[in-house]
Design a protein around this ligand. Sequence first.
Ligand code: ZN
Length: 284
Amino acid sequence: MDGMINYKVADRVAVITLNRPEKANAQNYPFLYQLNECWERAADDDEVTVIVLQAKGKHFSAGHDLAGTEYPKTDELRSQGKFDLTHHYRYELKHFLGYSLNWRNVPKPSIAAVQGKCIAAGLMLCWPCDLIVAADNAEFSDPVAGGLGIGGVEYHGHTWEFGARKAKELLFTGRTIDAYKAEQIGMVNRVVPLADLENETMALALEIAEQDPFALLQAKRAVNQTLDIMGFQTALQSVFDIHEMGHGAMWSRRSEGESRGSALERMKERNQEIAQRQRTEAKA
Ligand code: ZN
């Protein structure tokens, strides 16, 4: 399959490659749809024991493509004045929270290889994977809370991945954390030089692919079931509604005259301020 997402299988490892480097792998509807197809294909293929998710280009993913079409019917419904919160909620439930949870629940081990920036919805591509290998230049952030006035992306992995205090700090400030910090707090399994990212990830995938698929399934399920008993999936469903309430507030600001463009512009300016502050601090 060639397109925004590439897919290949060799030595019991399925490699799914995000292939929109010219847009920093920003996610629009066809991108997510094709990505989900690849995950399903890998899940169903008896020749596949381990799934690797990697990205072409400088950056893993810049998040949702805010400039692109959200889904095929959006423009049509908008032009008829019919696109409302119900459509919006259903769309995000299926394509954002739903897809990410599906990938997390695929009964095979998966590994994400992350380089460069992994922003907002970028996290929703790597967090569902069982393991994360990060290049030494990887940076993770969710600037959605301060930028758009929404309490973080649709898939609330934050508290589980960062721990409660760090999650709050990152959401309150919109700051990035680097690969080493991410490893220290347990969000990333290992950090490798950028030049070795692909090889190191494949070596790990091949090592795991030598194991019995049923044993791997059992091991994955043991950990995921434990997280689910602690409330993981229920918490994510619940926080998704908090996120949607944020969209509701955006819709009401929009009906009061704020344009979508000015909200995005404000987020862009804020992100530049945050980046500048972090650069200054790094030099100090
Ligand atoms: Zn949303």
